[in-house]
Design a protein around this ligand. Structure first.
Ligand code: CTP
Length: 242
C-alpha cells in the first residue's frame, strides 16, 4: 500500500492513556514524498510523541494520521513498519553480533550487502578494527559501543531496508567533530529519496529541511521554511539566536 510515502497529520490530538492534558493538540501538516519535515522544540514539547504515531507505537486520540491517503490504522502493521526506518537517540541494538544487528530488518541480506551498508553508514572502519569484526558480539557479554557508533549501526540497518519513510533523531551524543561530520554524511545518504521526519535539537540541522514545525507544549507554534520563519516568526528567530 505504501508507495510514495506522503505523510499527513489531520487535526491530530494525542493523550497518553487517560491523561487530562493532551501531549499533542490539533496537529496538521503534510510531508510530501521525498521531502524532509524537521520538528523543533524544547524538551517535553511532544516531538517524540508526534513521530511515534507514524509507525503506530501509539495511536492518535483524535484526528487521523495518513500515509499515501490511507489511515495508518487501516494499513497492515507489518507492512507499515517494514516501510519505515527508525534512527532514534536510543537506537535499539540487541544482544547478538554486529552483523545480526545490521541485518535485523533484512535477514536475507548477504555479507556483501551488509558491508556495503556499513561503509555507507561510515561504520565499516570501526567494525573492521574490532577483534572479531562483523562477528563481534554486542550487548551484555559483548562490547559496548559509543553513542555515535550505535547510531551508525542503526543507520546501516536502515540503509539495508531502504525504507520509504525515515524517522530520525539527529541528536548525536557527545562525539568528536570528525565523527559528527561522518554521521552527517551517513544521514544525508540515508535521507536521499525518503520522506523524512527529523527530530532536531540543533537549528543547523533544520535549516536545510523543506518544512519546519516549531512545537511548543504540543502545539504547532510556527511552521514554514527556514527563510520564511526567519522573516515572520519571533519564536523561531529567538531559537535561532540562542
Ligand atoms: N509523556 C508521557 N508518557 C510517556 C512519554 C511522554 O506522559 N510515555 C509526556 C512527557 O512527560 C511530556 C510529553 O509527554 O510532557 C511530551 O513528551 P515527548 O513527546 O517525549 O517530548 P519531546 O519533545 O520528544 O521531548 P525530548 O526532546 O526530551 O525527547
Amino acid at each position: 500500500v505504501i508507495r510514495e510515502g506522503r505523510i499527513e497529520f489531520d487535526r491530530v490530538t494525542f493523550r497518553f492513556g487517560a491523561a487530562e492534558v493532551p501531549v499533542l493538540h490539533h496537529i496538521s501538516f503534510t510531508a510530501e514524498p521525498g521531502k524532509t519535515v524537521a520538528i523543533l522544540g524544547s524538551t517535553g514539547a511532544g516531538k517524540s510523541s508526534l513521530v511515534s504515531l507514524v509507525p503506530r507505537l501509539y495511536d492518535a486520540t483524535e484526528g487521523q494520521v495518513r500515509i499515501d491517503g490511507v489511515d495508518v490504522r487501516d494499513i497492515d502493521l507489518d507492512h507499515l513498519r517494514s516501510r519505515i526506518g527508525l534512527v532514534l537517540q536510543e537506537s535499539v541494538l540487541f544482544t547478538g553480533t554486529i552483523r545480526d544487528n545490521i541485518r535485523y530488518g533484512r535477514p536475507d541480506a548477504s555479507d556483501e550487502e551488509i558491508e556495503q551498508a556499513a561503509r555507507a553508514a561510515q561504520a565499516h572502519e570501526f567494525i573492521a578494527n574490532m577483534p572479531e569484526g562483523y562477528d563481534t558480539m554486542l550487548g551484555q557479554r559483548g562490547v559496548n559501543l559509543s553513542g555515535g557508533q550505535k547510531q551508525r549501526i542503526a543507520i546501516a540497518r536502515a540503509l539495508l531496508v531502504r525504507p520509504v519513510i525515515l524517522i530520525l533523531d539527529d541528536s548525536t551524543s557527545a562525539v568528536d567533530l570528525g565523527t559528527e561530520s561522518r554521521i552527517r554524511a551517513a544521514l544525508a545518504e540515508l535521507m536521499r529519496g525518503c520522506t523524512t521526519l527529523l527530530i532536531a535539537q540543533r537549528i543547523t540541522s533544520v535549516m536545510d529541511a523543506d518544512h519546519i514545525l516549531v512545537l511548543e507544549e504540543g502545539k504547532i507554534a510556527a511552521a514554514g521554511s527556514h527563510a520564511e520563519l526567519m522573516r515572520h516568526s519571533d519564536i523561531y528567530r529567538d531559537i535561532y539566536r540562542s
